[in-house]
Each structure stands twice: as structure tokens, then as C-alpha cells.
Design a protein around this ligand. Structure first.
Ligand code: ADP
Ligand code: MG
Length: 628
């Protein structure tokens, strides 16, 4: 595309989200503006690595300039800092696509978080990798000139970060032979970024271990090396400081938190490879993206190959870092990356290693592990559901809120160790949140007996409890499903022991309700599940849990498939009173029966199935009670 006549200067508006982001960035009083340089260096390094990879197949792309590097050039008088790389470069369309729109889910998540924080964005910027746009924190104007490798036309993209941007063909004089030059016209508060000492300090802090050399040059001075581009993971552990690990983590993850775990080792034997993995301490923003993509970077003998290969199972996608293989061929095709026995072996091994490190942390530092489980437990539980081979390992590290855990959490091992006399199952309740789980009438009888119940509130919970057979020989049992077998377990507190119900009257009420509600419930029975509530609804013995049904209904729009069972509390005064009206006040029994069913539905967070009918009956009963 040599013809510049077809492409006169064009101006474009930013995508709406970009404008908002830029506005926030520029107007935030964020103290650490330094981060812009890490972002630009990281992009430049990526560009060099992409070129290195493409050149494996098409060596001509490198031409006679195979010495990939990042050059920072400062001009104090002009107040400019330039970040240049001789990497892959961008075509005109790529400039527009990559710099004019927000493609990154992390950036969108950032804006959402800012929205939630009510505009208190100052710390947020530091927590998110906001990429290229961070340049506008320090620059009034950013001029990007780029030549895609192999192209004979270079393009210039210019923006003040407010109005939008313009794109026009670059003149040969200003264009790099290959790659990208980003010139920052520094704003008044940011002139120090044109000073060598400042640049040196930032590179030392944030970018000393990017795998591409970084150089610095000031006007009229010699070029100086700031970092040699040697791969951190290839160096012995003993030589690497915690700061260096942290800095590398920042570069490889785009996050600004501390890594919670750093796992660095070299595997030898059948396959040789180096692993440098991090478990973040903060949730990455794309954690629940439907694609469930991992983010490990694959290198082969220190050459970057790809960052979208599944090097770990989906349920460990929060891990960040690098795996560098000694054995793989460099010219791997996409298909070969998908089904490669070497990669399979590496994946299996690294998975085991990461799980064992997590298990070790759970033992040695429960508090730290609690934080990790809080952040990533919901993701790891996907593994319990879909990875039968790893289920036992995951059960060992899984932690749960329970009716007895208080502020802390419990492991399944703790749970089983505290089983009550005659208790043979691991009980759980599924709910949308903890408050609902704890308030549910279904767990009253369990509490009265001191029987611990797992409070499961992640959507994934409804799935794994169905496929997992049990733990330590004890099956998982929903407290809202099937007949509760609590009668064999003694009530722990004598004082709470309920009065004996009046058997005949209750049997009559059960029969009556069954007949009256036949089209709404599949059965009516008494229950030891309840203590202070008169009624609850449960799923049949073999039907799906009600919370599971609800989740499925939400996703598929299907209405709950099975009619529930209504359980009544024979010890409850209200139940006894209704039973006593049979034969004497049938109209009241009829109203009470329907109202009790509605109450059970409301306790499950649902609405009465016939609100108008409910209203009429409630009014009638109240009128009677108040003598109206
Ligand atoms: P991210 O790096 O997370 O993708 P950025 O906002 O930092 O997000 O960059 C957006 C995109 O712009 C990059 O994905 C890349 O395609 C492109 N880009 C940015 N800088 C360069 C560069 N120096 N060379 C080539 N492409 C670049
Ligand atoms: Mg980036």
C-alpha cells in the first residue's frame, strides 16, 4: 500500500468507553504516574516477541535487523520521551483497532469498577493494567508512528486523548524501518520523565526483567543498556530477589498486586522445561469470562511462542507466568500446539505441582490460604465438577463456610472429624448468598442437633455436588432434598427438645393438605428438619435440588421440572392449631393450608404461585383474627 492519495488524513472519534477511560486517567490524582512506562515497555516487548515468533516461519520479516530491542529516547528541551521498538509494528487498521477501541476485557472491568466505586478511581488505575491509554496520564499529545513488518507503508496515529485521534500516512523521514515509535509530548507535571535518572529508576523498578533488552539514549549522548533482556526464569533461584520476582510478575500478568505464591522450578528428566508461575493475590478481571482462558506464556528455548495455549486446566486459569520448554520444536503449528504429547505431559506435571503448592500453603499458612480460596475457590470448584482425576486433591484444599465455621472456614476433613453420632452424610444447603442460606428453615433441625451444614453459595456448587460421589465414604446430601434422616441423631440441647406432637391430629392434617394441594406439591409429610418454622418445601428424593432447578431455570428459561414436597413441623404451635380446626372450621383449614404453602415458597425466595389468591386468603384470615 504505497498509495497515500487514497488515505488522506482521517480523524476518528474514540469509542465511547475509551473517552471515559481517558478522562478518568487524566483527571485522576493518581500519584504513581510512573506506571505508563511499564505499560509501554510491556507492549513493545510483546511486539518484539510476536515478530520473533512470526519470523520462525518467515525469516525475511526480520531482514538484516535481527537485533530486537526497546529504545527509550529522552529530549529534555523538547520535553518528549520516545518509546521505540523494532518489533511487529502495526498497519493502519491495527492502529485504529488497537489504539482507538477497548478490546481488553480488563479495561472494561476497570470502567465497571470505577462506576461501582462512585468515581473514586485514584487507586484503581494502579490496580489495573490499563495499557496503552496510560500514556495520556503524562502526555498532552501522543504520536505513534508504526510500520508493520514487511510493509512499505508506515502510518502515524496522533491524539490528545480528548477529542479522538487522526491517522495519516507517515513520511519516510519520520517512519521507523520496522516497528513502532511512540512519542510522548510530556505535560507540565510530567517533564521529569525526560530525565535519565527518572527513566532509569522506573525501568529498574518495573521493567528490568522483560525478555527484550531495554536501552536509553538522551539527545547527543551514547546509548546505554538499562536491561539485557535475559530471561529471569532461566536464572537460578538463589540469584533472584523477591523484588525481581514481583516486578516480573507485574510484567507478565499486567496486574499490580503482590503475587501470593511464586513457584519457580526447572523440570528435568523425560522433558526439560522451566516454570515460573504466580498465583495472584487479587482476582484478575476476566476470571469469569465465558471463554475461561488461561494466561500462561509458552516459550521454547527462550523464544516466545504463544500466550493462548491451555497449559493448565481451565479451573487454574488464575495462575500467571511462563513455561519454557527445551524439547519442543520452534516451528510449532497451531494444531500441534493443541494436541501435543510434550505439552500434555508438562500440563499434567505443572497442574500437580501447583495443586501441591496450594495444599502446602493451606497447611502451613491457613490465613493466607483463606485469602486465596476466597479469591479463586469458585474457579477451582469447577475442577471438582469436571475433573474427576483431580477431585480428591481439590477436596483436600477446598474450604467451606458452614453453620459452625463462624468467621473462618472448614475443610471436609474437619467436617468429617466432627460428625455427630449416627450421622452418615455430609449435609449442604445451596443458596444465592450466606444470609439466605443461614436463614433457611431447612437447616433448623440440623442446627438443633449440632449437625454441621455446608453453606454453598457459588453457582458452581450446584453442579459439583451432583457429580461428586462423596468424601471419605460420606455422600453429599442436600438439606432441601429427600426425606431428612435426622431422627437418628439426638437433639443436642435438652431444653430445645420439642414437645411430643398430638399424633392423630397431625396425621389428619397431613392427609387434608395432601388432598387440598395435590396439584401443587407431590407429597406432604412431617419433618424433623424444622425447629422454629412451621413449613418448608423440599425436593423429592431423586429429583434435583431446588436451588439447582432455579439455576437451570434462570439459564434455560425452563420452569422447575418436579413438584416439591411440603414438609410440616409437627411440633409447631401453628400446625397444631390448624390441625385442631379440622372438622370444626374447614374454611380456616383451607385458607391456612394455602397460606402455609405460600409461606414455604417465600422462605425459598420465591413468590406465592397465585398472588391474588394468596392476598384474598391472607386478608380473610387476618380479618377473622382481628375480629374485623
Ligand atoms: P494489551 O497490551 O493488554 O493488549 P494495550 O492497551 O497495552 O493492551 O495495547 C493494546 C494493543 O495495541 C496491543 O494488544 C497491541 O496489539 C497494540 N500495541 C500496543 N503497543 C504496541 C507496539 N509497540 N507494537 C505493536 N502493537 C502494539
Ligand atoms: Mg499492554
Amino acid at each position: 500500500m504505497t498509495d497515500t492519495i487514497d488515505h488522506p488524513k482521517e480523524t476518528h472519534a474514540f469509542q465511547a468507553e475509551v473517552s471515559r477511560l481517558l478522562h478518568l486517567m487524566v483527571h485522576s490524582v493518581y500519584s504513581n504516574r510512573d506506571i505508563f512506562l511499564r505499560e509501554l515497555i510491556s507492549n513493545a516487548a510483546d511486539a518484539c516477541e510476536k515478530l520473533r515468533y512470526l519470523a520462525l516461519e518467515t525469516p525475511t520479516l526480520l531482514g538484516d535487523d535481527g537485533d530486537l530491542a526497546i529504545t527509550l529516547a529522552a529530549d529534555g528541551d523538547a520535553a518528549t520521551l520516545t518509546v521505540a521498538d523494532n518489533g511487529i509494528g502495526m498497519s493502519r487498521d491495527e492502529l485504529i483497532e488497537n489504539l482507538g477501541t477497548i478490546a481488553k476485557s480488563g479495561t472494561k472491568a476497570f470502567l465497571e469498577a470505577v462506576g461501582e466505586s462512585g468515581g473514586k478511581s485514584s487507586n484503581l488505575i494502579g490496580q489495573f493494567g490499563v495499557g496503552f491509554y496510560s500514556a495520556f496520564m503524562v502526555a498532552n499529545r501522543v504520536v505513534v508512528t508504526s510500520r508493520r513488518a514487511g510493509s512499505d507503508q508506515a502510518w502515524t496515529w496522533i491524539s490528545n486523548g480528548i477529542d479522538g485521534y487522526e491517522v495519516h500516512p507517515a513520511t519516510e523521514a519520520e517512519a521507523p524501518a520496522r516497528g513502532t515509535v511512540i512519542r510522548l509530548e510530556l505535560n507540565d507535571e510530567s517533564k521529569s520523565y525526560a530525565e535519565k535518572a527518572t527513566v532509569e529508576r522506573i525501568v529498574e523498578t518495573y521493567s528490568a526483567h522483560v525478555p527484550v533488552p531495554v536501552r536509553f539514549v538522551a539527545v547527543g549522548e551514547e546509548v546505554e543498556n538499562l536491561s539485557d533482556g535475559s530471561a529471569l526464569w532461566a536464572r537460578p533461584k538463589s540469584e533472584i530477589t523477591p523484588e525481581a520476582y514481583k516486578e516480573f510478575y507485574g510484567n507478565v500478568s499486567g496486574q499490580w498486586d503482590e503475587p501470593a505464591l511464586t513457584i519457580h522450578y526447572r523440570a528435568e528428566g523425560r522433558h526439560e522445561y522451566s516454570v515460573l508461575l504466580f498465583v495472584p493475590s487479587m482476582k484478575p478481571f476476566d476470571l469469569f469470562d465465558p471463554a475461561r482462558k488461561g494466561h500462561l506464556k509458552l516459550y521454547v528455548r527462550r523464544v516466545f511462542i504463544a500466550d493462548d495455549v491451555d497449559l493448565l486446566p481451565h479451573w487454574l486459569r488464575f495462575a500467571r507466568g511462563v513455561i519454557d520448554s527445551e524439547d519442543l520444536p520452534l516451528n510449532l503449528s497451531r494444531e500441534m500446539l493443541q494436541h501435543n504429547p510434550v505439552l500434555e505431559a508438562i500440563r499434567k506435571n505443572v497442574t500437580s505441582r501447583l495443586l501441591s503448592e496450594l495444599a502446602k500453603t493451606a497447611e502451613s499458612d491457613p490465613e493466607k490460604f483463606a485469602g486465596l480460596w476466597e479469591a479463586f475457590g469458585a474457579v477451582m470448584k469447577e475442577g471438582i465438577y469436571e475433573d474427576a482425576e483431580r477431585r480428591d486433591e481439590l477436596f483436600r484444599i477446598a474450604r467451606f463456610k458452614t453453620t459452625t465455621s463462624g468467621e473462618g472456614t472448614r475443610s471436609l476433613k474437619d467436617y468429617v472429624a466432627a460428625l455427630k453420632e449416627n450421622q452418615t452424610k455430609i449435609y449442604y444447603i445451596l443458596a444465592d448468598d450466606l444470609a439466605r442460606a443461614e436463614a433457611s428453615p431447612h437447616i433448623e433441625g440440623f442446627k438443633a442437633r449440632g449437625v454441621e451444614v455446608l453453606l454453598l453459595t457459588d453457582p458452581v456448587d450446584a453442579f459439583w455436588v451432583r457429580t461428586a460421589l462423596g468424601f471419605d465414604g460420606k455422600p453429599f446430601q442436600s438439606v432441601t432434598q429427600g426425606a431428612s434422616d435426622l431422627d437418628a441423631i439426638p437433639v443436642s440441647d435438652e431444653a430445645e427438645k420439642p414437645a411430643e406432637p398430638e399424633a392423630a391430629g397431625i396425621a389428619g392434617l397431613v392427609a387434608k393438605l395432601k388432598e387440598m394441594l395435590a396439584d401443587k406439591v407431590s407429597d406432604v409429610r412431617t419433618s424433623s428438619r424444622l425447629a422454629s418454622s412451621p413449613v418448608c418445601l423440599v425436593a423429592g428424593e431423586f429429583g434435583p435440588d431446588k436451588q439447582f432447578e432455579k439455576i437451570m431455570a434462570r439459564h434455560q428459561g425452563a420452569s422447575p421440572f418436579a413438584k416439591p414436597v411440603l414438609e410440616i413441623n409437627p411440633h409447631h404451635a401453628l400446625i397444631a392449631a390448624v390441625a385442631a380446626r379440622i372438622g370444626t372450621d374447614e374454611a380456616m383449614v383451607e385458607d391456612a393450608g394455602h397460606l402455609l404453602l405460600a409461606q414455604a415458597r417465600i422462605a425459598d425466595g420465591e413468590t406465592p404461585d397465585d398472588p391474588a389468591d394468596y392476598g384474598r386468603r391472607l386478608a380473610r384470615v387476618l380479618e377473622k383474627a382481628l375480629g374485623a
